[in-house]
Structure formats: structure tokens, C-alpha cells
Design a protein around this ligand. Structure first.
Ligand code: SAH
Length: 393
């Protein structure tokens, strides 16, 4: 198959050669012909001297101008190619998990840049987050059909990152029908997800193992699940023997899911509260409420590198306020899902926040996303999730 060739500028091919999957727009010879290519076109990337290097998806309007699909310069990017990538990702998930509830495709790390697929049994929720993936929608859905024959496929193409690619925000059910929340199986519990109305794809699989680790710390305790969404942390703690769980989120959708899941699992002791997390923490502190386990799993405070300074302060403030309502010898679990925040910076803000609260502490556990969210080794920002658990004095 013939693809237009795009050359890198002299001396700009070192990162690509070292295995990085992206080329930025200022590293390419952007002539008029290149600029005229439709966003998402598959191109052959070549060094300045003309040696071919990789096949990539090209978007002349995006800062991440080229995303590598394969180093095999003779590959054909078609349904069969996509099916092989999907099948490889599926084999990995089947080694990791015994139930079909997981992130099937995690973008670059699974060799499909810009694509996320979360699997809920025979329902797939896809995010086509790059112009290249948007252009491959038809062969991709055909490949998914051949491999897994899903009953229902939802395109949750409403992530703001699509705007950077010049793509519209949309939500489409492209196969089958879906009405309302669906069950999710996780470590022996059934949660409820909402692929249409809920956050992101409808469920946060990345916290699966962190929920399991943290749950035991809440046994016989009162648990506070801040930024609870569907109550994953609080419900897991209740199932592990917590006395009660207070789930707080500003979105009613998440809290509805949490209550439905509590009922489904026969778990008593869940209380939900629709509130801003910081306002709720102020009230709880004023009322001298204390919890044996506090989990704080906020949305990204740092949405872009420009917000880094302000956003980092948010993690310190959150750690301080959350530590303030942890009872004696209780636990604080705090997460950061901002890919722009380096691990050390997050760790530092949390340490400071706990100290600001006047609490002594030991770091008990550090983790990232569950392994169905693999990271591309050359994209440290794909290790976006940071999760720290402290035992307080
Ligand atoms: N802990 C959840 C995931 C949390 S995602 C889980 O285990 O699945 C972040 C959540 O924070 C979202 O549900 C969002 O509605 C909520 N949120 C965002 N801003 C908030 C705020 N200011 N106060 C409370 N909740 C907020």
C-alpha cells in the first residue's frame, strides 16, 4: 500500500529511533503538501536522508503531529492489522484477569495510539481520541466484531482531548442498544457503571487493585469515600467489613450508581452525599467527625502543564483536609490521575499536606493503575495514576 512520505527535520529523528511513539509538528518537514493531508492520514515517516522509519497517523493540525502505528514500513493498515493488535491486547487481558471486565485497549501501550476500549462483558465502550483513529472507525469496528462479536458498542467520543485533534465531541451507540447502567464484575463484587451518562467510559477500571488493597484497611471502621463516583472504594470497604461508608461526589449520577450497587450486593451502611469534596471536608472537620479510612480520588487538578503550580497546591490542600478527618491510627489513601504531575511532585505535596494537618505518618503503599492499563515505556506520562496510602499516628 502506498502512503505519502513525511520527512523529519535533520537531527530530529533521535527520539523516534529510540522508540518514542510520537513526532511533534516542529520536528517534521511541514511543506504545503504535508499541511494539505487530511487529518489522520497514514504516512510513512522517513529520516531527513530519506530512510523510511515507521508508519504513523498524521494530523497536520495537532502538536502531536505523528503517532507511530508500526515500525514495519511495509505493513498494511487495514482491518486485519487492527484485529491483530486487538487480539494481542485481548490475550494479555485474558492472562491478567479471569472475567471480561477490563480496559481492553490502552492507546499507545497497546499499539493503537489514541484509542481506548473498556470492555464490560459483551459491551464495548470506545474512545477514538485522535484524528487517525477517527479515520479508522469502520475497519476498527469490523475488527472488533470479528474478534469478540460484541452485543453492544458505544462510542464515547466526548473527551476534551478530541478538541486538540480538531474532532467533534459526540456520543453514539453504533451497535445494539443500551438503556441505563450495567453491572461490572470486580474482585467478587458487582458494581454499576453508566457508559452513557457516567464519567469517561462509565467505570474506572484503573483503581481496581487499589480498591482491593484499601478495602481491608476499613474493616470495622467508618470509611469516607471522597470523589466516590460509583462508590468503588467505599463499597469494597463495606464488603471487607467496614461499619459504614460515606460516599461524597458532586455528581448525582455516580451516587445513584453507588446506591444501586450497594443494594445489588446487599451491603448495608452506605450513605451518599452530593457535595463539593472540600466543602464536605470543612463540614466534617467542624463537626469533629473522624474516620478510620479516608480515600480521596479526585479528578485531575492539573489539566495542562500551565496549571502545574496551582494544581499541585490542590493536592497539598486535599491531603491536609483529608488527613484532618482521619481518626487516630487511621489510614489516608490519596490518588492523582493528572498525567502532568510527576510522581515525586505528588508525593511531596501529600507529605506536606499531612504535615500541615499536624499528623505523623508512614507511607504504607504506593501503586499505579491496574495492569490492564499498561504504560508505553517511552511515555512516562502514560503512567498517569499515582496512589499513596499512609498510616497516620
Ligand atoms: N473514586 C472513583 C473515581 C473518581 S473520579 C472510583 O473509584 O471509581 C472523580 C470524581 O470526582 C467524579 O465522579 C466527579 O464527579 C467527582 N468530582 C469532581 N469534582 C468534584 C468536587 N469538587 N467535589 C466532589 N466530587 C467531585
Amino acid at each position: 500500500m502506498s502512503h505519502p512520505t513525511l520527512k523529519l527535520l535533520t537531527g530530529q529523528d533521535r527520539r523516534l529511533r529510540a522508540g518514542h511513539p510520537w513526532v511533534f509538528s516542529n520536528e517534521l518537514q511541514m511543506d504545503a503538501a504535508a499541511k494539505a493531508l487530511p487529518p489522520g492520514t497514514v504516512v510513512r515517516l522517513a529520516a531527513a536522508d530519506g530512510r523510511p522509519m515507521a508508519l504513523a497517523q498524521f494530523n497536520p493540525h495537532s502538536l502531536i503531529a505523528a503517532r507511530v502505528l508500526t515500525r514495519n514500513k511495509d505493513a498494511t493498515i487495514d482491518e486485519a492489522f487492527l484485529e491483530r493488535r486487538l487480539a494481542r491486547a485481548l490475550r494479555l487481558r485474558e492472562r491478567l484477569l479471569d472475567q471480561p471486565y477490563y480496559r481492553l485497549i490502552h492507546a499507545e501501550a497497546d499499539g493503537l495510539p489514541g484509542l481506548v476500549i473498556d470492555r464490560f462483558g459483551d459491551l464495548m465502550v470506545c474512545q477514538l481520541n485522535s484524528a487517525g483513529m477517527a479515520l479508522l472507525e469502520a475497519p476498527l469496528l469490523a475488527a472488533l466484531d470479528r474478534l469478540l462479536a460484541p452485543r453492544c458498542v458505544v462510542l464515547r467520543n466526548d473527551s476534551p482531548v478530541r478538541e486538540l485533534e480538531g474532532l467533534p465531541l459526540e456520543l453514539r451507540v453504533v451497535k445494539g442498544e443500551l438503556a441505563g447502567p450495567i453491572p461490572v464484575q470486580e474482585h467478587g463484587l458487582t458494581f454499576m457503571a453508566d457508559p452513557l451518562e457516567g464519567q469517561k467510559t462509565g467505570w474506572y477500571y484503573d483503581q481496581r487493585d487499589n480498591r482491593q488493597f484499601t478495602a481491608r484497611l476499613g474493616k470495622d471502621q467508618r470509611v469516607l469515600d471522597l470523589y466516590s463516583y460509583g462508590g468503588g472504594f467505599g463499597l469494597a470497604a463495606l464488603a471487607a467489613g467496614a461499619r459504614s461508608a460515606l460516599a461524597i461526589d458532586r455528581s448525582p449520577t455516580g451516587l445513584d450508581l453507588a446506591r444501586a450497587a450497594a443494594e445489588h450486593n446487599g451491603l448495608a451502611g452506605l450513605v451518599t452525599e452530593r457535595a463539593d469534596a472540600f466543602a464536605a471536608l470543612d463540614r466534617l472537620a467542624a463537626d469533629k467527625e473522624r474516620f478510620g479510612l479516608v480515600v480521596a480520588d479526585p479528578p485531575a487538578f492539573v489539566k495542562s502543564k500551565r496549571d502545574l503550580k496551582v494544581g499541585l497546591k490542590g493536592y497539598r490542600k486535599l491531603a491536609r483536609a483529608a488527613a484532618g478527618v482521619v481518626g487516630e491510627e487511621g489510614f489516608l489513601a490519596i490518588a492523582c490521575c493528572s498525567h502532568n504531575v510527576p510522581l515525586e511532585a505528588f508525593a511531596d505535596e501529600v507529605r506536606r499536606g499531612i504535615r500541615d494537618a499536624g499528623r505523623g505518618a508512614r507511607l504504607l503503599h504506593q501503586a499505579g493503575a491496574a495492569p490492564d492499563h499498561p504504560a508505553h515505556p517511552m511515555l512516562p506520562e502514560s503512567m498517569y495514576l499515582k496512589f499513596h496510602v499512609y498510616a497516620l499516628d
